[in-house]
Design a protein around this ligand. Structure first.
Ligand SMILES: *Cc1c(COP(=O)(O)O)cnc(C)c1O
Length: 448
């Protein structure tokens, strides 16, 4: 199976190549040339599998030629050692909680699988990588936890000392081993600039630097699995379901679209954004306009004014979009509108939703999941004929990651999930560095 770049200038390559490379040389994103389809019998037989078995079944459809069966089975089992609960809200409406992983965010699903696949291919080729990441909080901890203890890969995370909460910091700094966490006297943008400069510094060419950013195809495929999981737990094939997805960089939604293309019966995806409404507006007007700078909202992981995965979405519907957001070939907009319903949710609606979900249903949501839940109710309001359909809304982070917001709106401090329980008492391994490229390159040369 080969992977092509959405910019169509780079050569088609295999999965391991695309995984270790990340971005294509023509700056496009990789997508599989063809998407494997599950037969109705295969879809029915997903019922009864546990999460790792189901993930294996789905991923094997893509990776059969690229990794031995038993190897994939054991990587998947190791990656998904936490629960993936579906919380009933009404008889036909459910919340899929993707917040039970080690960093209590849905990014664990992608990062843990990508880390294990990278480790497998690097070991096979006797190679080592040093991954540099700049973080404003959540990505750094998901990456650090996902790669923790893997021996072919070192991780170095730069973060702005004064812009990260204590809880976010401790999710990265209490690991040690192959994970190095460095705080900078500066802003997130400074961290990102240092990382970028290192990537283009010929003096560091020997270090085998790489990134683990969110556009890697190795992060995308695992995100189609939980749509099959929710369906297998709740639906009778072939009844169609509605999924509501809180969207930032659109990786989560792309996972769902891949699942639909694999044969999952999806009636509609609700594409729920915060005030960064470039995509809902595109659905309405047919014109795509980047929002720059992006708007700051309380669902901060979704503050994206030009989601990079939109280029993949456009490609899936036969179009072409370059990295600046220009549409070069029109996709089948009618088909997109049939599959996707766009809705933008304001901060005040997000807060009202957190309050009403708790009051009406004892459903505890944090800002990202609340955008998804509100998006679903807007959809059902406009489509009363769909009210009896099976509906699944995705919750992408644990409410305990946002204690100030929950205390402010609901007057209680949400209980920590087990993964965050003993963070407070753990030792921190963290170094501080002045905000200068000299200091950074010295640190890299001395330690790797
Ligand atoms: C990253 C993130 C999102 C957005 O996911 P995308 O795949 O970027 O659309 C939503 N919620 C949370 C909590 C996140 O961390």
């Amino acid at each position: 199976m080969l992977y092509y770049s959405t910019n169509h200038k780079a050569a088609e390559i295999s999965f391991p190549q695309a995984l270790l490379q990340g971005l294509a040389e023509d700056r496009g994103l990789y997508l599989p040339r063809s998407i494997p389809v599950l037969s109705p019998d295969e879809l029915r037989s997903l019922k009864g599998l546990d999460y790792p078995e189901l993930a294996f079944t789905i991923l094997y459809k893509f990776l059969a030629e690229d990794i031995p069966t038993e190897e994939l089975r054991s990587l998947v089992k190791d990656a998904y050692n936490f629960s993936v609960p579906l919380e009933p809200v009404t008889a036909r409406q459910f919340v899929l909680r993707l917040d039970q992983g080690p960093t209590a965010s849905f990014k664990d699903f992608a990062a843990r699988m990508m880390a294990r696949l990278m480790q497998y291919y690097l070991q096979r080729e006797h190679r080592k990588l040093l991954i540099l990441t700049a973080t404003s909080g959540d990505t750094g901890s998901a990456i650090a936890n996902a790669f923790y203890g893997l021996d072919s890969i070192d991780i170095l995370v730069l973060f702005p000392l004064s812009e990260v909460t204590a809880r976010q910091r401790k999710q990265m700094t209490t690991l040690g081993k192959n994970i190095r966490i460095v705080g900078i006297d500066g802003k997130f943008d400074d961290c990102q600039a240092l990382v970028k400069q290192a990537f283009s510094d010929p003096a560091l060419a020997e270090l085998n630097l790489s990134s683990a950013n969110s556009i890697n195809i190795g992060r995308l495929l695992p995100q189609s699995v939980y749509y099959f999981w929710a369906y297998s737990q709740l639906a009778e094939y072939p009844e169609p379901a509605v999924f509501s997805v809180p969207c930032g960089n659109f990786g989560d939604l792309m996972g769902g679209l891949i699942a639909k293309n694999m044969g999952l019966p999806v009636h509609r995806f609700v594409v729920a954004t915060n005030a960064n409404d470039e995509f809902p507006l595109y659905l309405k007007t047919g014109e795509y306009k980047v929002i720059a700078p992006s708007r700051n909202c309380i669902s901060s992981a979704m503050n994206v004014g030009h989601p990079s995965n939109v280029a993949r979405l456009i490609a899936l519907y036969g179009g072409e979009m370059d990295e600046s957001g220009r549409i070069l070939i029109q996709p089948d907009l009618q088909a997109i509108r049939k599959d996707l319903f766009g809705v933008s949710v304001s901060d005040s609606e997000t807060e009202e939703t957190i309050i009403s979900a708790w009051k009406d249903h004892k459903l505890l949501l944090e800002p990202h999941g609340a955008v998804g839940w509100k998006g679903l109710s807007s959809y059902l309001q406009e489509h009363p004929q769909d009210r009896d359909k099976l509906c699944v809304s995705l919750e992408t982070a644990h409410p305990a990651k946002f204690p100030e917001k929950i205390i402010d709106l609901l007057n209680f401090d949400p209980e920590l999930p087990p993964s965050l329980h003993d963070l407070e008492s753990k030792e921190e391994y963290v170094s501080k560095m002045e905000n200068s490229y000299n200091a950074f390159s010295k640190l890299l040369k001395e330690n790797y």
